[in-house]
Design a protein around this ligand. Structure first.
Ligand SMILES: Nc1ncnc2c1ncn2[C@@H]1O[C@H](COP(=O)(O)OP(=O)(O)OP(=O)(O)O)[C@@H](O)[C@H]1O
Ligand SMILES: [Mg+2]
Length: 313
């Protein structure tokens, strides 16, 4: 039986456009003081995104019970309808009047350079989304406005709901003291290997040391899988071979979805990390964070073929 998981984090739209030229041929170094450029972008796509939305999407594929905790703008109707249609509980996604949903506008060129503008919009009000009366067996505090991340962490801690601190794109917002404060409230930390290095530098502590005060630290390593630090041990979680490598966007969130589904199914951290790898490898084979749509049986087949275990019936 799946139990509710509070998935705190951003919900956003991502608009990705491709300029079929090279920025460097149009942004001239000696004219940079009065920059005015316009790029014609014939191909464009709009994706449902944000960490809360992405993690919830992946948990839902597994048959879990994610409860996204997020603030969105007046333009979020289609996103909410989509989540409702998938059977995801949207009762804690709050619409903030007079705002837009967070939006990321990304323009890439043929050299894979990117010019990005991120409008936080309703996300800036995430702290006002009080979850104090919510019931859940686990939570996650994923990238969001910093104030909101702390507010959610404090509330989860006060209610005795264990949660994962998922640093991700929020990394620039957290100095050493902020990281220590979060780690003092959380039961686990998830980072990719680059973020792990930054956390070690900012706190002056190794991942192994940080893990001694937590249930677990999970460091994801892209195509190399993940490293789990728990109960004084360091365990390498072998990767799942991806059928194709198309787009890494949202792999981290897919991994969190699998991890949380495992934990709330009563699995060990090790098996939960295995399921995380399965979800990350499935995700990388399709473009965008929420376009992969494997059936539960298909996920189970990959899990069994790689690790010899099955999803709970
Ligand atoms: N090329 C790959 N092949 C197989 N699995 C992959 C690959 N890339 C990522 N994964 C899976 O997804 C997980 C998360 O990926 P990664 O470590 O790249 O996270 P990330 O850097 O936070 O990603 P992002 O922030 O872009 O979502 C990995 O631990 C792994 O299980
Ligand atoms: Mg990430």
């Amino acid at each position: 039986m799946a139990t509710p998981v509070l998935v705190c984090g951003s919900m956003a739209f991502d608009t990705i456009a491709v300029f079929e030229g090279r920025f460097k041929e149009h942004i001239l170094a000696d004219r940079i003081q009065s920059l005015s450029v316009s790029f014609l972008v014939p191909s464009m796509r709009k994706e449902y995104g944000g960490c809360s939305g992405n993690i919830a999407y992946n948990m839902n594929l597994l048959g879990g019970k994610p409860v996204p905790v997020a603030t969105v703008g007046e333009d979020a109707g289609e996103y909410l309808e989509r989540l409702d249609g998938l059977g995801i509980d949207t009762s804690r996604v709050k619409v903030v009047p007079g705002t837009f949903t967070a939006q990321c506008f990304i323009t890439t060129d043929l050299d894979d350079n990117q010019i990005t503008a991120f409008h936080p919009g309703a996300m800036s009000f995430s702290a006002s989304n009080d979850l104090s009366d919510a019931k859940a067996t686990w939570g996650i505090v994923a990238p969001d406005a910093k104030e909101g991340m702390f507010a959610h962490a404090e509330r989860l801690h006060k209610q005795g709901i264990p949660f994962i601190f998922d640093l991700g794109q929020a990394m620039p917002l957290f100095d050493g003291a902020d990281l220590e404060r979060m780690l003092g409230l959380a039961q686990a930390l998830t980072v990719n290997d680059y973020e792990a290095g930054v956390v070690e530098q900012r706190t002056g502590r190794s991942m192994a040391d940080i893990a001694t005060k937590l249930q677990a630290v999970v460091v994801t390593r892209g195509a190399e899988g993940a490293t789990l630090l728990t109960e004084g041990k360091t365990i390498q979680i072998a990767p799942v071979r991806a059928t194709q490598v198309v787009d890494p966007t949202g792999c981290g969130d897919a991994q969190r979805g699998g991890l949380l589904y495992g934990l709330t199914s009563g699995w060990s951290w090790e098996d939960s990390c295995r399921l995380g790898n399965v979800m990350g490898a499935i995700k990388i084979a399709s473009r965008g964070p929420q376009n992969h749509a494997p059936s539960r049986a298909e996920i189970d087949a990959v899990l069994h073929a790689t690790y010899g275990i099955h999803l709970p019936v």
